[in-house]
Design a protein around this ligand. Structure first.
Ligand code: PLP
Length: 434
């Protein structure tokens, strides 16, 4: 194992209660688990008491290279000695190089850099409004169970009532239809519609991949109706599925009726990115396809910190390591192994696990409704109670909705770490099975 970072300042060392008390000063908008983390190394993270966890949550699909990766530390240190920030009034090399690298990975177009996923989506929403402005088109159709972020436009785009509740009235111009239902999308289009946005794999909604027919059908629909097709790749993108974007993995080797490959005929008009792009350093981005790449002209969109030298240098380093170490292949191989093994566990323990789905290192484990022996407060969802049991056993995962646990580990998770995770998982599943 790699060397562990220096311990935190002595005043707080091992004092879980002291750290938690400091959170009296933090807005309580997050439901937090009873764990105080201290430091990490690779796929492992340690709490203040020294307990070690195998981190299969990956900071919700963020820690692409795990914790304290030496290449990232090095890039941060080196760049911070040169130029941390400069305004977007000026050019600098790493923003240009990162844009070029992303364009090479996707296709002809341009990139805009933000600081988060929701901001990347906001940029695409504004782009769509600009595109439809002269014709008075502004409406963007998204899908039920989607998640697109927490700003006012983000929650209006998101297809989950619990996210919108209490923040009404919603920003105008967003409507949701069922996911993977092309007919519903087609019939929802109105003269005001300008764009469609979907996740290639719904993440917060429970790890549900789009079908190849749905993706190809949406592309045709958008072409016919002159709509922009946006893919929110914030969670499912950046090689997590074994390809750069999830739609590439979903359409891989699928033939269209005319004998051509679906993947060759499919390119969205915009893709939002964040999370693994910076591996933990905040950065978001959107890519926009060439015909629309100059719609947001000088002065129409911006953000102070977007595409800073430090953020872009780290993102470039992460890309470099992913490509050099062939981590897309690793995500596919180790992810598919995890999924198959979990499916075997679902067959062995049908009273606990009812379904396993996902692609690569984005795996969703759906728990059976009303698991009789599940310990924990019944006021908490089954997903949270199950996650608590996994924590006690030394494994971090991410709940989604009431019944689903997500695994979104580092892209360099090893086969033996995956096996360790499965062993821990079974030690938790077996005692609650009936
Ligand atoms: C698909 C998707 N879009 C957008 C977002 C929002 O990203 P951020 O939290 O960086 O604003 C998320 C966050 O989980 C996400 O999963």
């Amino acid at each position: 194992m790699k060397e562990i970072l220096p311990p935190p300042p002595p005043i707080l060392r091992n004092d879980v209660a002291a750290v938690q008390a400091l959170f009296q000063n933090v807005v309580p908008s997050y439901g937090r688990f009873d764990i105080v983390l201290s430091h990490g190394s690779g796929s492992y993270v340690f709490d203040l008491t020294g307990k070690r966890y195998l981190d299969l949550g990956g900071g919700i699909a963020v820690n692409a290279l795990g914790h304290a990766h030496p290449a990232v530390t090095e890039a941060l240190l080196e760049q911070s000695r040169r130029l941390v920030h400069c305004s977007n009034f000026y050019y600098h090399e790493s923003q240009g190089r990162l844009a070029r690298a992303l364009v090479q990975l996707i296709g002809p177009g341009k990139c805009f850099f933000s600081n988060s996923g929701v901001e990347a989506n906001e940029g695409l929403f504004k782009l769509a409004r600009k595109f439809g402005h002269q014709e008075g088109r502004f409406e963007i159709i998204t899908t039920i169970n989607s998640f697109h972020g927490r700003t006012l436009a983000g929650i209006a785009a998101t297809g989950q009532e619990k996210i919108k509740k209490g923040f009404e009235p919603m920003t105008a111009g967003f409507r949701q239809v069922p996911y993977n239902d092309l007919a519903a999308m087609a019939s929802a289009i109105s003269p005001a519609t300008v764009a469609i946005m979907i996740e290639g794999i719904q993440g917060e909604g429970g790890v549900t991949p789009a079908t190849p027919d749905y993706l190809s059908g949406l592309r045709r629909l958008c072409d016919e109706k002159k709509l922009l097709l946006f893919m929110d790749g914030v969670q499912c993108g950046h090689f997590r599925t074994g390809r750069f974007q999830s739609f590439q993995r979903i359409l891989e080797n699928v033939s269209a009726n005319n004998g051509t490959l679906c993947e060759d005929n499919f390119l969205p008009d915009g893709i939002s990115m964040a999370k693994s792009l910076g591996g933990g350093f905040p950065i978001g981005a959107f890519w926009v396809r060439a015909p629309y790449a100059d719609l947001l002209s000088a002065g129409t969109h911006g953000t102070t910190f977007g595409g800073s030298p430090l953020a872009c240098t780290v993102a470039l380093k992460i890309l470099d390591v992913i490509q050099r170490e062939k981590l897309a292949d690793n995500a596919r191989i180790v992810g598919d192994f995890l999924k198959t093994s979990l499916q075997n566990l679902a067959e062995k323990y049908p009273s606990v696990i009812c379904r396993v789905r996902g692609l690569g290192l984005m795996v969703g484990i759906e728990l059976t409704a009303n698991i009789a022996n599940l310990p924990g407060e019944t006021s908490k969802t089954q997903a949270v109670r199950f996650a608590n049991l996994l924590h006690a056993a030394g494994l971090l995962s991410i709940p989604a909705g009431t019944q689903i646990l997500r695994l979104l580990p580092p892209l360099n998770l090893s086969q033996s770490e995956a096996e360790e995770g499965l062993r821990i998982f079974e030690t938790v599943v077996a005692p609650v099975a009936t």
